[in-house]
Design a protein around this ligand. Sequence first.
Ligand SMILES: [Zn+2]
Length: 252
Amino acid sequence: MRSLFAIFCGLALILAPLRAVWGWTEERQLGSYLIRSEFALRDVQGLVDDLGDLQSDIERQLGLKCEPGEIQIHLFKSKWSYNSYLSKRVPEGTKRQALFVQGTDAGRVYAYRHSGLDTDVRHETTHALLHTALPYVPIWLDEGLAEYFEPSPGLREKGNAHRGELQWAIKLGWRPSLEKLEGKRTQAEMGKNDYRDAWGVMHFVLHGPPEAREALAKYFEEVQSGKAPMPLSQHLRRRIPNFEQAVIDHLK
Ligand SMILES: [Zn+2]
């Protein structure tokens, strides 16, 4: 046992300096974000600029106030490097393409360089910001909003691939099933089509009739009050008769 303990302590001593000296090429404080990157940030200047605007975009469009302490954004040069870093810290994250983890001291975003890096970082940082504005975000709403805010700003309303996917699904008889989405409790329960459907409902809420925005505002008010909120579906149904058809008409 003693030798095992000694080996463990030895490993801990080796790992501690490793954590401190991970080979970041650049570290930059940008407002509430601390960006650590394995490559020069000038290579992703467009993304860095978008991140600067993301908080104000979320606040303006959702009528929320984000209060980030610190959001650490970790950018890796490859999937190998991302996996290597996370396997020691958040092993379950290695199964994902990008990750957000809410810590007690900071929110942490992890992503690696590939053609979808910008989208991944905006998606995960949206989660990080939402969690500073609301004490609780149901998984379907969290993902629906992250999907909404993940394209670059000019493409959010009309340039998301989910729009075409839903237009096709509508031709095949798709109808929104908000109560089913609201029944999801974990990320594991969210299938590929659930992300698409959550995006569709949020697009309707943000760009549909004013009553839908009103319903969202009322729902956020209840979430922030700390009491169990009435589900968003009920807020929407109270204000929008034939809610399903209204969403279909909006999206098609
Ligand atoms: Zn997500």
